[in-house]
Design a protein around this ligand. Structure first.
Ligand code: ADP
Length: 273
């Protein structure tokens, strides 16, 4: 039996300790870098609508107010920029709560099909303005029950469906499809729009990442929608997947734990009895 060498043991322990500390320092450096980048991004995103609103208001105060047409137009533009600032602040708040894990999840059975129909009603105007048809499939599944936090999943569905309408094809179709497996419900939001170029696909979930910056800002996007979606689904222990084909369309999908599913057929039999 070899005698243990006390110096060697101490050296080993020091080595383990230093490696551990080095890892902690690296982790802190990464966090600090993330924090600095985040602050820089946020300040940049704030600047655009603030500068624009300021510009319109100052021009009005400097005399443009005399012209009634200009007055109305500039005031509307200033208001639009302040509205986007408001959306940005709200999105940032949600994202920061999700990122710090500062969020209480209220998981309970919910009907995601009913929720989808409510979201369709909320988005009716924007769908109408782009002549987009909204559909839920399969048609003969009247209720789809999942175990999830309803408010959070509402945000996920709203972001995905709104994106599909905004970035999909004008005059196109947006389909929300539910597929039942043994334990899960697969949810897919599909459009037949121009798609997302391959090289952008794994970056669209990063905060403030946009494929076409000017187009996204024109439509009123904050660049935070998909980052929020990713965090909410993470908190549900599930993941978002994306598939996209140029000129064919894009599908975002994820799965949620099933609560129970009530079928049209079962309903009819019950009633018949
Ligand atoms: P935004 O507020 O800009 O919409 P998101 O995080 O929701 O931010 O989306 C990030 C980017 O991903 C969008 O700017 C857009 O370029 C792209 N994108 C999202 N959904 C779709 C879609 N269904 N079809 C094409 N591009 C999309």
């Amino acid at each position: 039996i070899q005698e243990s060498n006390p110096m060697r043991t101490i050296n080993d322990e020091i080595f383990v300790y230093v490696t551990k500390k080095q890892k902690e320092i690296d982790e802190l450096k990464k966090l600090e870098l993330f924090r600095r980048e985040f602050l820089a991004d946020v300040s940049h995103e704030f600047k655009t609508p603030i500068f624009a609103a300021q510009g319109f208001i100052h021009t009005l105060l400097d005399g443009a107010m005399e012209d009634e047409n200009v007055r109305e137009r500039f005031l509307r533009k200033a208001a639009k920029n302040l509205d986007s600032l408001d959306v940005l602040v709200k999105d940032l708040l949600v994202l920061s709560q999700m990122e710090t894990g500062d969020i209480k999840m209220n998981t309970a059975p919910m009907d995601i099909r009913l929720l989808t129909h409510n979201i369709f009603s909320r988005l009716e105007n924007i769908a109408h303005s782009r002549e987009v048809t909204l559909k839920v499939k399969p048609e003969d599944m009247p209720e789809v029950w999942v175990l999830a936090d309803m408010d959070r999943i509402e945000q996920v569905m709203l972001n995905l469906i709104e994106n599909a309408i905004k970035y999909g094809k004008e005059g196109g179709k947006v389909v929300v499809q539910f597929t039942e497996t043994k334990k899960y419900i697969d949810v897919a939001v599909r459009d037949n729009g121009p798609g997302i170029p391959h090289e952008h696909l794994n970056r669209i979930f990063e905060r403030f990442y946009r494929v076409d910056k000017s187009r996204s800002k024109d439509i009123g996007g904050t660049g935070l929608g998909l980052a929020i979606v990713k965090h909410i689904l993470n908190a549900h222990h599930t993941k978002i997947a994306v598939m996209s084909k140029p000129d064919k369309g894009t599908t975002f999908s994820f799965k949620l734990e099933k609560a129970f599913v009530h079928h049209a057929l079962e309903n009819q039999t019950e009633e018949a009895l």
